[in-house]
Ligand binder design. Structure first.
Ligand code: G3P
Ligand code: MG
Length: 250
């Protein structure tokens, strides 16, 4: 850890990886149970501007609701079951508000990577709203939330709304435009599918002064290799196998 990059090396994907329904308070509880110091989760906007956690644009895969989540007001979204799809043990688990997640992170002393996940067509609005809310909700936390997004528009809006919050550009694939994009958006980090990386690419990113977060790494041997190349953060679903102290023994 360093002052300019104070984040831990292991990040629990979607709160609790594959051990609890993704992007719920139960997921964060699972991350905490395994001792994790940082979680990643996906934040989007409800029709009335409330910010809540959900990965997909639509409700079907991870809830008992249907349709485009961002087309619904919070009053309706708060009623869907976000846990039963995963296991009957998690029946009645709700979609969480960003405010509840901030409170849970504070309780557990966990750092946060807030992935801004706009419903298609709401990139600027979502980037702005999430950054403004995060700035307030995390104001008393020891570490600022690391904002990230696949959407350059969302990151530009976050930069304008809360310039002091650190930003990371998310890429699914290698893109030679990364130097221009990260520089224009004032990003401190590049977040990328680990399969797109090579040792040479890691070296190029590091030489440019960027930190690197990789997703979603579930095999310990691969996590070890990436850390040896100089990757800063491993985002994992296997929060039980790639534990909080994994990097120390890697
Ligand atoms: O932020 C890392 C990772 O979560 C990006 O992919 O689809 O799991 O949100 P996804
Ligand atoms: Mg994500």
């Amino acid at each position: 850890m360093s002052i300019d990059w104070p984040y831990p090396a292991i990040v629990a994907h979607r709160g609790g990886g594959k051990l609890a329904p993704e992007n719920t308070l139960a997921a964060i509880d699972a991350g905490a149970r395994y001792g994790h110091h940082m979680i990643e989760f996906d934040a989007k906007l409800a029709l009335d501007g409330e910010i809540f956690l959900l990965h997909d644009d639509t409700l079907e895969r991870t809830t008992n609701g249907w349709g485009i989540a961002g087309d619904l007001p919070w009053e309706q979204l708060k009623q869907v079951d976000a846990g039963a799809w995963f296991s009957p043990m998690f029946r009645h688990e709700r979609l969480p508000l960003l405010a509840q997640v901030a409170e849970r992170c504070a309780r557990y002393g966990m750092a946060a990577n807030i992935e801004i996940k706009p419903t298609t067509g709401t990139e600027t609005q979502t980037g702005r709203a999430v950054a403004l809310a995060a700035q307030v909700l995390w104001s008393a936390h020891p570490l600022p939330p690391l904002l990230s997004s696949f959407s350059p528009e969302a990151l530009a809006a976050a930069q304008e709304a809360a310039p002091q919050l650190p930003r990371g550009l998310l890429l699914e694939e290698w893109d030679d435009a990364w130097p221009a994009l990260t520089s224009r958006l004032g990003c401190v980090s590049l977040h990328i599918d680990h399969q797109a990386l090579t040792a040479a690419r890691v070296a190029a990113l590091k030489a440019a002064g960027l930190r690197i977060l990789v997703y979603t790494v579930n095999r310990p041997e691969r996590a070890r290799e990436l850390l040896a190349w100089g990757v800063d953060c491993i985002c994992t679903d296997r929060i039980d196998v790639i534990g909080p102290d994994f990097a120390a023994g890697a």
